[in-house]
Ligand binder design. Structure first.
Ligand code: HEC
Ligand code: HEC
Length: 347
């Protein structure tokens, strides 16, 4: 048995195995993309886990008073973020201290949260489940509720071979859903695959993007597993120093995770505290950098001038080519219709 497991384990990460997953769940590795960071050997994907994670993601019963689900703050049509406010809104209308990030291509992400305070997607969900301003529940209470439900006991049995629901399987089920949210069919991707072409304006925007932005928002993911200061100033009321809050190193003052720009057209407001409402506001920021912060990133030093209104228009036209309608409206990521939700509606 043990030897079998070792032999199996050594094959698990092979592309062939990952390719096998593709038929069963929406997760896939787009052609020419780097290897994902997520360790699938720790949580091999399956259709059962994905579907279970999806049901949990949309289930408000995970929160203390059964009102807030993950999807309350992570809405599919905006790339799985919230849109109508800058800081997240949780239980009892409580307002958090950060803007919810998009949940896109998380398999390639090494750090989670704006300050990278969470390093494993398999553990991330503990935070929102127990955060006083998000879902404010206790893990033992979440597990008690789930273990009381014959629907969930059955689904966990199908997914993990055990009808007793534990913290690890709960978190892995949620991660199976969030890790499967792959967005790689935007106009940009179609152009790269030779199926479409940019307009002149998009092409000019792409050239500007490659010159000023792509060192950090790196193709093809438009993110990078690093923390940088992009010139964002401290808001005293929030007192959020980003990465420094985790590492206690002064060099990390006001450094934040470099977010993906995929679907950025729909994921407003922007930055870790949602301070900018529009892409134009963001470009005004990048065209007006003062380098006040001591650890301001050197990559931005070459952008030491205001972006003209035509340059702004071109850049925005390019950023909009990163929108992926197929992802934003993929029925596999929507609120699932199953017995669990049918019983909710009756109550
Ligand atoms: C009240 C709003 C709210 C709820 C509910 C919520 N989140 Fe979030 N989520 C956020 C915020 C805000 C952050 C950023 C936290 C930070 O940077 O400190 C975040 C970050 C994340 C991240 C990290 C993404 C990244 O790129 O760093 C993941 C994954 C995630 N949430 C998944 C979930 C799951 C799964 C649930 C349900 C169990 C959930 N969230 C519930 C607001 C929420
Ligand atoms: C030095 C690295 C770096 C460069 C270069 C850079 N950015 Fe950023 N970008 C960041 C970081 C870090 C953040 C997050 C900052 C925060 O939340 O406070 C960010 C955030 C953003 C956001 C908000 C995304 C969201 O989901 O909230 C947009 C839009 C953006 N950048 C566009 C651009 C454009 C356009 C350029 C080129 C003009 C550019 N960036 C150049 C590092 C960089």
């Amino acid at each position: 048995m043990k030897r079998m497991a070792i032999i199996f384990g050594s094959f698990v990460l092979s592309w062939i195995f990952l390719a096998g997953i593709q038929d069963e769940t929406p997760f896939y590795i787009p052609a020419k993309w780097p290897k994902p960071h997520y360790d699938f050997t720790q949580n091999p994907l399956s259709k059962e886990k994905f579907e279970l994670g999806r049901t949990l993601f949309y289930d408000p019963d995970l929160s203390r008073d059964s009102t807030i689900s993950c999807a309350n703050c992570h809405l599919q049509y905006s790339g799985f973020t919230h849109i109508d406010h800058s800081l997240s809104h949780g239980i009892d209308g409580k307002i958090g201290t950060r803007n919810a990030p998009v949940l896109i291509n998380l398999a390639w992400q090494q750090f989670f949260h704006w300050d990278g305070g969470v390093s494993s997607l398999n553990k991330q969900a503990i935070n929102p489940l127990t955060h006083a301003k998000e879902m404010d529940n206790r893990l033992d209470e979440v597990l008690r509720r789930l273990n009381q439900s014959s629907f969930y006991r059955n689904r966990f049995y199908l997914a993990f071979g055990d009808s007793v629901i534990e913290t690890a399987s709960l978190l892995k089920a949620l991660a199976s859903f969030t890790v499967s949210l792959v967005s790689a069919n935007s106009t940009y991707d179609q152009v790269k695959r030779g199926e479409s072409s940019f307009t002149n304006q998009e092409e000019s925007g792409y050239q500007l993007f490659k010159k000023y932005c792509a060192t950090c928002h790196q193709e093809p993911l438009f993110m990078k597993n690093e923390f940088k200061s992009n010139g964002i100033a401290l808001v005293p009321a929030l007192n959020d120093y980003g990465r420094m809050g985790i590492t206690n190193r002064k060099e990390d003052s006001l450094l934040f995770k470099i977010p993906t720009l995929r679907n950025v057209e729909f994921s407003f407001p922007y930055m870790h505290d949602g301070r900018y409402k529009t892409l134009k506001d963001v470009l005004n920021h990048y065209g007006n950098l003062h380098e006040q912060q001591p650890y301001f990133s050197k990559e931005l030093k070459k952008l030491n001038r205001v972006l003209t209104s035509n340059e702004q228009k071109d850049l925005i036209a390019f950023l909009k080519t990163l929108s992926d309608q197929e992802f934003l409206f993929n029925p596999l990521f929507k609120y699932p219709k199953n017995e669990r939700n049918a019983s909710f509606q009756k109550n």
